[in-house]
Write a protein that binds this ligand. Structure first.
Ligand code: KG4
Ligand code: ZN
Length: 328
């Protein structure tokens, strides 16, 4: 069995997977609630919370899978990119576990993990495909071939999730902002306000969300408090629609430009209902296979890290003691 650990941001995660990495037997996520009152993740608070929680989360992952440490044959862990202090907690725990049991350790790139979640959702999926990763820290398009991932385009400023989180904060909504904006947008008219879609007509595969944020700021400045409250559903709907349009437009453009038979969407923002519905429709029209893992595999989790094991070289015992986490 594979024991996988993920602590790159504000979720403390552990999972157990079958040896081929295509089936999760457990997937435990402890979401740190400590950050909510700050409206964003506080790195030092995250590391401390990981330190306090990780042992218990690993124990629960083993118990949920009904296995014990004797059944574990390799330990996988996110080594980059992320908050350095947060990553170090997971990497140190994984090193300790692997060393004590003389097991190999598999260092996993968080973004490759997000893409690998698609293999858990659809075990028959094979490269090539185009992948969109849209999370709180990243928004990027990749070509995924049999020989690995190649960057096609990325955000020039904020990540899509970051834009949703910042927009939610401006609208007086909670954190994380993505689900909050969706909820607020439920009865809103997305066409009531004109929000810019960054780099919409630029013939490239990059993203930009800073203009969208500024546009919301100006719209709010023009309203008084009561007006902003009244307009909230429409503002939220317009803002969400602009993010979704930017993401789906560039993903479809990438698939067309590279003649991809399938597209994968991963990362926390892939949990977004409007994005899912939009892409289901558009991919249906184009005969493109669309794979979006279920929401629990889209937001940060350790099962996706274990699913990247077949793609990531293992480091034998005890060479990994020299291994370091990296923020980028
Ligand atoms: O992948 P993830 O869990 O963590 C990072 O690696 O960043 O992504 C978190 C991001 C947050 O910005 C959050 O607002 C967004 O994903 N998110 C959503 C939804 N659920 C989470 N955005 C839109 N709709 C959702 N349902
Ligand atoms: Zn992530």
């Amino acid at each position: 069995m594979i024991l996988a650990i993920e602590t790159s941001c504000d979720d403390t995660c552990a999972a157990v997977l079958a040896p081929d990495g295509r089936r999760a037997l457990s997937n435990v996520v402890h979401t740190q609630t400590e950050h909510a009152r700050y409206g964003g993740v506080v790195p030092e608070v995250a590391s401390r919370a990981h330190l306090e929680r990780l042992d218990g989360v690993v124990e629960r992952a083993l118990a949920d899978a009904d296995v014990d440490l004797d059944d574990v044959t390799s330990v996988a862990v996110t080594v980059r990119p992320g908050l350095i202090g947060a990553l170090l907690v997971g990497v140190s725990a994984a090193k300790g576990l692997a060393y004590a049991r003389r097991l190999p350790l598999v260092p996993v790139d968080h973004l490759e993990g997000h893409v690998a979640a698609a293999y858990l959702a659809r075990p028959d999926l094979e490269p090539p495909f185009v992948a969109l990763i849209a999370s709180g820290g990243h928004t990027a398009l990749y070509w995924v071939g049999t020989d690995g991932m190649r960057l096609l385009g990325e955000t020039l400023d904020d990540a899509a999730g970051e834009a949703l989180d910042k927009g939610a904060r401006m609208l007086g909504l909670g954190f994380p902002g993505g689900p909050e904006i969706s909820r607020a947008a439920q009865n809103g008219d997305p066409a009531r306000y004109d929000f810019p879609v960054g780099l919409r007509d630029k013939n490239n595969l990059d993203f930009s969300f800073s203009g969208l944020k500024t546009s919301l700021l100006y719209k709010l400045k023009a309203l008084d408090e009561a007006g902003a409250r009244e307009e909230l559903p429409h503002l939220a709907a317009g803002y969400e629609a602009a993010v979704v349009e930017a993401l789906s437009r560039k993903l479809l453009r990438a698939a067309e430009a590279h003649d991809a038979p399938a597209v994968v969407v991963a990362g926390g923002v892939a949990a977004n209902g409007l994005l899912r519905r939009t892409l289901e429709e558009e991919c249906g029209l184009r005969g493109l296979r669309l794979v979006i893992p279920p929401p629990g595999l889209c937001t940060d989790n350790a099962a996706m890290i274990g699913a990247a094991v077949p793609l990531s070289p293992a480091v034998p015992f005890p060479d990994y003691l020299a291994l370091n986490a990296r923020s980028v």
